[in-house]
Design a protein around this ligand. Structure first.
Ligand code: FAD
Length: 375
C-alpha cells in the first residue's frame, strides 16, 4: 500500500516506521521545516544549549514497551523533574509536599501531623465539590489554594477555577513526604541528543520519504490507499463547523551568562505576574556544561487562527463541537485521525507512542484481513 502520513511528529513517525517495516510505502507531509512536531529540539549555536523549541518536554512512562521503543532510537539519560515556584516573595518546592507545607506555615510537622493539620485547613463544609475551586478548598484550604493553585490556573486556562470542573484536581494534590519528583512514573529521562535526533532515526527507513515545508490539503487524500492525519481535526474540514478551542503559548526567549535561576522550571503562581513560568533549558540536560543559558518566559492565552494550538480546552462547548466533527469523520473514508491534534486531546509523549503503535498494528491487522480501517 502507498500510505500518506500528515505530520512528522511522534504519532506519524511511529506509525510510519511500523508500517514501513511491514512492507508498506510511506510518504510524510510536514508543514514545518523540521520533524519531531512539538517535541522538536535544537542545539543553540551561541550557547550550545539543547533548546526545546515548543516548550520543555520530559519523558516519563510506566509503559515498558514504549520505554524500550524510545531507547532503541536514542540514549535516554536519567532526569527527574523537580519544579520550584515563586510565591509571596519566597521560593517553594512543587508539587506541594511536606517541605512546602512546613516552609509555608513555618512549621516542622511530620507526615501524620501535616495530614491532620491540612485537614484542619480544609473546608469540610464542601461535601460534593463541583468546581476546581471547591475541590482545592476541600482538600487543602484557602491558604495553599491561593498561593499555589489559584493564580497559576487562572493564567494557564484564562478562566476562574470556579468555572473549571473539579475533575481537573481529582486526587489530593499534596504529598505528606519530601518527595519532590514531579512524576510518579517508573521510567523517566531525557534524550541525550534531543527528541529531533530520535525522531530522525525513527524515520530513517528506505520505505519512508519525508517532505518538509509541505502542507497537506484534504483533496490529496484520494491519491493514497490510506491516510493517517495528525494535523488539527477542525483544520482537516477547513473549520467548516467552527474552531475547536485551544490555549496557545507565547515564549519570550532570553539568554543569560551563567546560571539564571538554578533549576529547569520556576513557576510563578501569582496572578499579577503575567507569565506562568520560566524554563532554563540547560538544566534539562544536567550532564552537559554550558557557560551561557537559554531561558523561556512562558505566557498562556486564547489561541487565535494564526497561533499554534497547544492545549485543547475540552469544556462543554468544545466537546459539543468535537462531537459534530466526529460525525463528519465517519464519512471521510480512507483517513484515520491520530495524535494530539487529530483527536483533540492532550497526550503525553508516551501515550502518543502507545496509541501510534496500537493504531498501526490495528491497521496492519485490518488491512491484511481486507477489512475497512476506521477513522
Ligand atoms: C507545551 C507542551 C509541553 C509538553 N510537555 C510534555 C512533556 O513534558 N512530556 C510529555 O510526555 N509530553 C509533553 N507534551 C506533549 C507532546 O508534545 C505530545 O505528546 C506530542 O507532541 C504529540 O505528538 P503528535 O505527533 O501527536 O503531534 P505534534 O507533535 O503536534 O505533531 C503534529 C505535526 O503535524 C504537522 N501538521 C499539522 N497540520 C499539518 C498539515 N495540514 N500538513 C502537514 N503537516 C501538518 C505539525 O506541523 C506537527 O509537526 C507537551 C505538549 C505541550 C503542548
Amino acid at each position: 500500500m502507498h500510505i500518506l502520513l500528515v505530520g512528522a511528529g511522534l504519532s506519524c513517525a511511529v506509525i510510519g516506521r511500523t508500517l514501513a517495516e511491514a512492507g508498506h510505502r510511506i510518504t510524510i507531509m510536514e508543514a514545518r521545516d523540521h520533524v519531531a512536531g512539538n517535541c522538536h529540539t535544537v542545539r543553540d549555536a551561541d550557547t550550545g544549549v539543547m533548546v526545546h523549541v515548543y516548550g520543555p518536554h520530559i519523558f516519563h512512562t510506566d509503559d515498558e514497551e514504549v520505554w524500550d521503543y524510545v531507547n532503541r532510537y536514542e540514549t535516554f539519560l536519567p532526569y527527574k523533574n523537580r519544579v520550584k515556584t515563586t510565591s509571596k516573595g519566597q521560593v517553594f518546592s512543587l508539587p506541594v509536599n511536606l517541605h512546602t507545607i512546613n516552609q509555608f506555615y513555618g512549621k516542622t510537622l511530620r507526615p501524620d501531623e501535616a495530614r491532620a493539620f491540612i485537614e484542619e485547613q480544609a473546608d469540610t463544609s464542601i461535601t460534593d465539590p463541583q468546581t476546581f475551586e471547591e475541590q482545592a478548598l476541600r482538600f487543602v484550604g484557602p491558604d495553599l489554594y491561593e498561593a499555589f493553585f489559584k493564580g497559576y490556573t487562572i493564567k494557564q486556562w484564562g478562566m476562574s477555577p470556579r468555572d473549571l470542573p473539579a475533575s481537573i484536581l481529582k486526587r489530593l494534590p499534596v504529598r505528606f513526604n519530601y518527595d519532590d519528583n514531579y512524576f510518579f512514573h517508573r521510567f523517566q529521562g531525557m534524550p541525550e541528543n534531543g527528541y529531533t535526533a530520535m525522531v530522525e532515526r525513527i524515520l530513517d527507513h528506505p520505505a519512508i520519504t519525508v517532505h518538509l515545508n509541505t502542507a497537506f490539503t484534504r483533496a490529496q487524500a484520494d491519491d493514497y490507499d490510506h491516510v493517517f492525519y495528525s494535523g488539527p481535526l477542525d483544520g482537516f474540514f477547513d473549520y467548516e463547523l467552527g474552531r475547536l478551542g485551544y490555549r496557545t503559548l507565547d515564549f519570550e526567549r532570553f539568554t543569560y551568562e551563567g546560571d539564571y535561576q538554578g533549576c529547569a522550571v520556576m513557576n510563578y503562581g501569582e496572578e499579577d505576574v503575567p507569565f506562568t513560568r520560566i524554563t532554563e533549558h540547560k538544566h534539562f540536560a544536567p550532564w552537559e556544561e554550558h557557560e551561557g543559558s537559554v531561558c523561556y518566559r512562558e505566557f498562556s492565552r486564547a489561541c487565535g487562527p494564526d497561533d499554534i494550538p497547544y492545549y485543547p480546552i475540552r469544556q462543554v462547548k468544545e466537546k459539543a463541537l468535537l462531537a459534530e466533527y466526529e460525525a463528519l469523520v465517519e464519512k471521510v473514508g480512507n483517513v484515520t485521525f491520530v495524535g494530539r491534534l487529530g483527536t483533540y486531546r492532550y497526550l503525553d509523549m508516551d501515550v502518543t507512542i502507545r496509541e501510534a503503535l496500537d493504531v498501526a498494528r490495528a491497521y496492519l491487522g485490518k488491512a491484511g484481513a481486507g477489512e475497512a480501517v476506521g477513522a
